[in-house]
Design a protein around this ligand. Structure first.
Ligand code: LMR
Length: 355
């Protein structure tokens, strides 16, 4: 081989080996979560992995560990803290044990009358303020993900508040959720998500609450004879990372990952409702569980029993935060009423607002 061709070949080999070396040592992000892959959170975690790996051309490898494969609820925060995993998406109910009780705002029964209010809270000043409370604990909040409203299940019908009397109801590690069950007359039992199915089957607990996608994918309907479509509370997630790890990433990679997270978040929110509707349809088809729709008169009574929980937690969560959510809800309602009253542009006299 002539010298010129030899140098060219060497250059080519070097050019080829550089990306290979990079591909051999990608930045690894271990993303652990506790739900099934075929849930809104599970699907969005996989979508984030796909986007992150494609857009960084393999410089980042995201390893997703679903179904508490690596860590259970109470272990995963510690794993993030010590750097055993880099990314989690715990439900917002699971930040209390870290000492950040303000997140329990999201657990207050009936606090979000609709999704518009919820998204404004998450994406606005309140959501930012909550994330800022995580930073002194070495945690960075990247996004809020959605899983819709929760339904109640048990082995007996849950229609009136009196039906809850003395039932052992599994809840997440949130003082608000404990208070919610007590307000209904039930006995709350805090338990890791991964244990719920077996404890329901063994009769250690009588019932639980979750959105349909979690209930169905964990097969809870096989061990719960009754389900009440109550929408009494909300379940969402905070996608969080170890701050030290995230801050240490090359700036361009961080920008790409933030964009991938924004797109995965949009995707997650887009599919959440559909996934829950499909899970409800699947539970109906399974025929193991009687599904009750809460009549308006009973809904009012549930409201009356549960609303005092807001007041009870003013000190722990922050009265100002709770009031701020009410204000957002009132604003959304005002806009809806305004929009309903405003005639469609074609009926308006004069030029349309777009001109
Ligand atoms: C639960 O623990 O009940 C769920 O919130 C789990 C989850 O992450 O959706």
């Amino acid at each position: 081989m002539k010298l010129h061709a030899f140098i060219l070949a060497l250059g080519l080999a070097a050019a080829l080996s550089a990306p290979m070396a990079l591909a051999q040592q990608p930045i690894v992000i271990k993303f652990s979560h506790v739900v099934a892959p075929n849930t809104p959170k599970g699907k969005a975690a996989d979508y984030f992995k796909q986007l992150a790996e494609e857009r960084t051309r393999g410089a980042v490898k995201v390893e997703v560990y679903p179904n508490s494969q690596l860590y259970k609820d109470h272990e995963e925060m510690e794993a993030l803290n010590v750097g055993a995993v880099q990314m989690l998406a715990p439900s917002l109910a699971k930040f209390g044990p870290l000492g950040v009780r303000a997140f329990e705002l999201f657990d207050l029964p009936y606090i979000f009358p609709n999704k518009e209010t919820l998204y404004r809270v998450m994406d606005g000043e309140i959501g930012t303020r909550l994330f800022s409370m995580l930073e002194p604990r070495g945690i960075l909040g990247l996004a809020y993900w959605d899983n819709g409203f929760k339904q109640m299940s048990a082995n007996k019908p849950l229609r009136s508040v009196a039906d809850f009397k003395n039932l052992k109801m599994r809840v997440q590690s949130s003082k608000v959720l404990e208070a919610q069950m007590k307000a209904l007359g039930a006995r709350p039992q805090v338990m890791a998500f991964s244990d719920v199915y077996s404890k329901l089957r063994q009769g250690v607990v009588d019932g639980t609450e979750n959105p349909m996608s979690n209930l169905y994918t964990q097969k809870m309907h096989e061990v719960q004879k009754h389900l009440t479509l109550s929408d009494h509370g909300y379940l969402g997630y905070a996608v969080i990372v170890n701050k030290h790890f995230w801050d240490g990433l090359p700036a361009d990679i961080r920008v790409t990952l933030n964009k991938a997270m924004a797109d995965a978040t949009q995707y997650e929110r887009d599919i959440a409702q559909k996934e829950n509707e499909e899970s409800l349809a699947a539970v109906r088809r399974a025929g193991t569980t009687q599904i009750h729709v809460l009549p308006y008169k009973d809904r009012i009574l549930w409201h009356q029993a549960l609303l005092p929980v807001h007041k009870e937690f003013e000190d722990k969560i922050g009265r100002d935060l709770i009031q701020a959510v009410y204000k957002v809800a009132a604003q959304v309602e005002k806009e809806k009423v305004g929009a309903a009253k405003t005639p469609a542009p074609k009926d308006k006299p004069g030029p349309s607002p777009s001109r």
